[in-house]
Design a protein around this ligand. Structure first.
Ligand code: TRP
Length: 327
């Protein structure tokens, strides 16, 4: 039986932090064994909020290098840059013509991002481009963080709508959501998701923070009242978040960690947590630093991926155009 297909993207904006790693990249590494995986850098999504051109270029290469440093293998996984495949935008446009504005205005991410700045049409249409990213490859599964489930749902709705109107074309994929660890919270405010746009850099651990920086940030992470090391996200969001981080980064169940640290103070626990996270990121950073010396080679790998992805994407698009009457 041929492998099932999975597709996912990651935005190229800002620093990739450990929450992005756990929520996305780490999951990709596991999925690449089981699925035919298409993993791309969503640079066209990044520009739905204003970006500095030079920074965007650097970030794109940096995320590509991180993909490789974390263990995504271009021999197994098709790695590429979204903007290299025009079919994404073309299908995105076609899907826009099937999407009521009201549905886009209802999206939680749109509502959240649009009250922070003047609303750009690109931001409103973010989800139709994402639906195109997905549907082009006719995947079975779409690994995403839980904040993206609404967008995957829209992709399913559009697939159904298109199929009903123009004949069977798209597959309705399911969202693959990693339950625990899908939401890593901010270190300085464990009631909100870790975010690269947080006002303080103490909110997140960047994948490229030095070991010392990581230990420092964990040391000053907000903890809760009480003294027990226990997973209880309601009453102990800070400690629970650190437990999940450690659990995810060491592939150890939270239960085991609770037992291990049962008699330790918050201070001792945080020292251990900082040490572990720094240790886990160091080898990734070593590989990253090697790779990033040669951006041309990284781009070449991405371009090889584009060629591979393009074959499928252009076939789907051709079929779509023909079905809707474009000549
Ligand atoms: N919107 C996704 C995020 O912010 C990134 C993304 C863009 C994506 N296109 C996609 C994820 C297609 C899955 C499939 O995380």
């Amino acid at each position: 039986m041929p492998k099932q297909i999975a597709v996912s993207g990651i935005q190229a904006s800002g620093n990739i932090h450990i929450g992005n790693y756990i929520g996305a990249i780490k999951q990709f590494i596991e999925l690449q064994e089981k699925y035919k995986l298409y993993a791309f850098i969503a640079d066209l999504h990044a520009i739905t909020v204003p970006q500095d051109p030079q920074k965007l270029r650097e970030q794109t290469i940096s995320v590509a290098a991180l993909f490789l440093a974390c263990g995504l293998d271009p021999e197994k996984t098709t790695l590429f840059i979204q903007s290299h495949i025009p079919a994404h935008v073309e299908l995105g446009w076609i899907l826009n013509t099937l999407t009521p504005i009201g549905e886009l205005e209802r999206m939680a991410q749109f509502k959240e991002k649009s009250d922070k700045q003047g609303v750009l049409a690109g931001l409103l249409n973010y989800p139709t481009l994402m639906a195109a990213d997905i549907l082009l490859y006719k995947p079975d599964a779409v690994p995403v963080g839980e904040d993206q489930t609404q967008h995957v749902e829209l992709a399913r709705t559009l697939a159904r709508k298109f199929n009903t109107r123009f004949g069977e074309t798209f597959k309705e994929p399911k969202a693959l959501i990693q339950k625990e660890g899908a939401r890593i919270m901010g270190l300085d405010d464990p009631t909100k998701k870790m975010s690269k746009s947080a006002s303080s850099a103490n909110n997140y651990i960047s994948m490229l923070d030095s070991a010392e920086e990581i230990r420092r940030k964990v040391k000053i992470a907000v903890t809760d009242s009480g003294s027990e090391i226990k997973y209880d996200p309601q009453n102990k969001p800070g400690i629970s978040n650190l437990l999940v981080l450690m659990s995810q980064m060491s592939d150890t169940p939270v239960k085991t960690l609770e037992e291990k640290y049962a008699n330790k103070s918050y201070g001792e626990f945080k020292t251990e947590a900082g040490k572990l996270l720094a240790e886990k990121l160091t080898p990734i950073q070593k590989r990253y630093n090697e790779l990033i010396k040669n951006p041309k080679e990284i781009l070449e790998i991405m371009e090889r991926g584009s060629k591979d992805a393009e074959k499928i994407a252009s076939q789907t698009l051709k079929d779509v155009k023909q079905k809707i009457g474009l000549i």
